[in-house]
Design a protein around this ligand. Structure first.
Ligand code: PLP
Length: 406
């Protein structure tokens, strides 16, 4: 029987140098060779199992990469110093001057800015399309298009990309489907649904402790080795390398990801249901009212739920800011960007993580001023959290006491 992702991670067995239950951390930037010839062959990419220099690879980074590849069901994976390090290396590896990219228009603001502003320097143009309208995605593909890029569950609007349909479309045009799966680790396995390359910001759920930034590129051996090529590899040459100590600590946190994701999802689903019942404008892929709900159901691993992210639209920016400040003052979470922490994090994307997207484009895609993005934490008693959040909303007149249906 096909093993589940969490079981594939669990079944990886490593011993440290002295029999430790965690692999030893490779505390070195460079590696010795007993023969000069082996060093030369390693530079040429002809030696297996030899380490050269830690920007190229290191044992700790390889261990983490192996575990992430096991999770995503890809041949291998490279780890990087940030999620942006993974995205920029991948995109630059696949595109050259004059090429074209078709990208979802609802993506993380940093990815959007890189595609729209930075790639323009190399005359690499991007068409931003509504990813849920397949005909528009297909119509944007030209002979110069080198990839389709999207997020499985988009930041911050939580649109759900139909990965099998997009993979078929990409295949028809002989181009790869590159998917950022940062919002849905374990819940969605894009490579198993047909995506060619799966990217993660490990900074978020996978590490889960908001203490570092890191990223990963999961794909074929050929693509990942190409990224490390000493002459042409965007990973090797742009130098976005993860430090071994961080790779080791992320690997330890990855081991509890399956438990954490279930709890994040359970808590977010609970709050989304309650606030929707209260009449608030809630977006959460687990709600029947979410337009992407049927697609999410079709492609998700049910046991992990619909993820830890939900949004609430409270009408305008002032109200959103006041609510976030109140919630932080009541210790319900932190007014902070990022996601996947044990504690709830909230921010208004229009003025933070999506602020790189021009105002008119934010409006066109439905990103409103009063939208708050919540990364729901691992709260033990989510009912208690609900009542406390409600009480903040009542204090600000967003909800009135008699509206409660609980
Ligand atoms: N992809 C998504 C969906 C994100 O939300 C983010 C950051 O918020 C990134 C990529 C970038 O990751 P990092 O901050 O680790 O560079």
């Amino acid at each position: 029987m096909d093993k589940k992702a969490a079981d594939r991670i669990q079944d990886l067995q490593y011993f440290g140098e002295f029999g430790g239950v965690n692999p030893s951390i490779s505390d070195a930037s460079t590696y010795t060779f007993l023969s000069a010839k082996t060093m030369f062959d390693t530079f040429e990419g002809n030696t297996e199992g030899c380490y050269l220099y830690s920007r190229h690879s290191s044992p700790s980074n390889l261990y983490l990469g192996e575990a992430l590849a096991a999770m995503e069901g890809t041949e291998t994976a490279n780890v990087t110093a940030s999620g942006m390090g993974a995205i920029t290396a991948t995109l630059l590896q696949l595109c050259g001057a004059g090429d074209h990219i078709v990208s979802s228009r609802t993506i993380y603001g940093g990815s959007y800015a890189f595609l729209k502003n930075f790639m323009d320097r190399f005359n690499i143009q991007t068409s931003f399309v509504p990813i849920t309208r397949l005909q528009e995605v297909a119509a944007a593909i030209t002979p110069k298009t080198k990839m389709i890029f999207c997020e499985t569950v988009s930041n911050p609007l939580l649109e759900i990309a139909d990965i099998p349909a997009l993979a078929r479309l990409a295949k028809e045009h002989g181009i790869p489907l590159v998917v950022d799966n940062t919002f849905a680790p374990l819940s969605i396995a894009p490579a198993r649904l047909g995506a060619d390359i799966v990217i993660h910001s490990l900074t978020k759920f996978i590490n889960g402790s908001s203490d570092c930034v890191a990223g990963a590129i999961c794909g074929t051996r050929e693509f990942c080795l190409g990224l490390k090529d000493v002459n042409h590899g965007a990973g090797m040459l742009l130098g976005s390398t993860l430090d071994s100590h961080r790779a080791a600590s992320i690997l330890k946190n990855l081991r509890t990801l399956h438990i954490r994701i279930k709890k994040h999802s359970e808590n977010a689903h609970f709050l989304a249901r309650r606030f929707e019942k209260d009449g608030l404008r809630v977006v959460y892929p687990g709600l029947l009212s979410h337009p992407g709900h049927p697609i999410m159901r079709k492609q998700m691993e049910t046991e992990y739920g619909y993820g830890g992210i939900m949004t609430l639209d409270v009408g305008d920016l002032d109200t959103a800011n006041a609510l976030m400040e109140q919630m932080q003052a009541r210790n319900l979470g932190y007014l902070a960007v990022s996601l996947g922490f044990y504690k709830t994090l909230f921010s208004a994307p229009g003025t933070s993580t999506a602020s790189e997207i021009p105002e008119q484009e934010q409006k066109d895609m439905g990103l409103t001023d009063g939208l708050i993005r919540f990364s729901i934490g691992l709260d033990n008693d989510i009912e208690r959290t609900y009542h406390e959040m409600r009480s903040c909303m009542e204090a600000l007149g967003i909800l009135h006491p008699h509206e409660t249906t609980a």
